[in-house]
Design a binder for this molecule. Structure first.
Ligand SMILES: [Zn+2]
Length: 259
């Protein structure tokens, strides 16, 4: 499912509902259906970030060395990010946090902590809006630059890593990311930690997908993820997987060179 297909799906289903509304007087709430369809297609499409359809995304490393990287999206979160940081510290494990710009105000200390603990900060847009994929490249650039500034004001560093919200890429986003000199970082292990699945089910999924060079996608937005993180770290230890930073795993520079 590509971005274009989502748009067509939206237009066709809206037209269809409009016709039914006009000729058969169905209730106006049916107009929610096209929106739900688009949402479903975006969720579906996000499973395919590794397809490189519009832009190159680094989703894992080609290696036989048993190294993996952990990534956390959608923070900083006042309640859960500090818990994640604490667990990482206990295991001396590095991670990458793809932060949403609008969550930073009031949580500057968390950004500082991530940075001083030598974790990596990545850009996950400013609003992470549900309709973000309808933006043009100027709109995307604004989103990315706003978050870039918010992090730079705290750490003094310009981020180089970007992760698209929902893993969805569009030609406009590709243009914005290229012009702003970001690397797009995807994943090849999707924990689906924001679903209602039990920690056991999620761990089963992670164990099945993990391989040398993997990048795991988590969200620092719940206690469940904190628990899954602990189990993942234990699993890695027991099976000889070393946790490394995304920078080391992908051999890419995390931040722009600072003089
Ligand atoms: Zn996200």
């Amino acid at each position: 499912m590509t971005f274009k297909a989502s748009i067509y799906l939206f237009l066709i289903s809206t037209t269809f509902v409009a016709l039914l509304y006009y000729f058969f007087g169905i209730t106006i709430w049916w107009f929610a259906v096209p929106i739900l369809l688009v949402k479903a297609s975006i969720v579906y499409g996000s499973a395919y970030i590794s397809s490189d359809f519009y832009m190159k995304a680094f989703c894992n490393a080609e290696t036989t060395e048993k190294i993996i990287a952990l990534t956390f999206d959608d923070g900083p979160n006042r309640e859960f990010t500090p818990k994640v940081i604490k667990v990482l510290k206990e295991h001396s494990a590095p991670a990458t946090f793809f932060v949403i710009g609008k969550n930073i105000a009031g949580n500057e200390d968390i950004i500082e902590q991530i940075n001083s603990d030598k974790h990596i900060l990545g850009n996950h847009t400013f609003t992470h809006s549900f309709f973000i994929d309808f933006k043009n490249s100027r709109g995307f650039k604004k989103e990315i630059e706003q978050t870039e500034r918010a992090v730079k004001n705290i750490t003094g560093k310009k981020m180089n890593f970007f992760r698209p919200p929902y893993g969805v890429t569009t030609p406009h986003l590709a243009k914005a990311v290229k012009e702003l000199n970001y690397y797009t970082i995807g994943w090849d292990v999707r924990s689906l930690d924001t679903t209602n699945d039990s920690p056991e089910k999620i761990m089963k999924r992670i164990r099945k997908q993990i391989k040398p060079g993997s990048i795991i996608l988590f969200h620092d937005t719940s206690d469940k993820t904190v628990e899954i993180l602990k189990q993942t770290l234990n699993f890695a230890k027991e099976n000889g997987f070393k946790i490394v930073s995304t920078e080391r795993l992908l051999n890419l520079r995390t931040y722009e060179f600072q003089i």
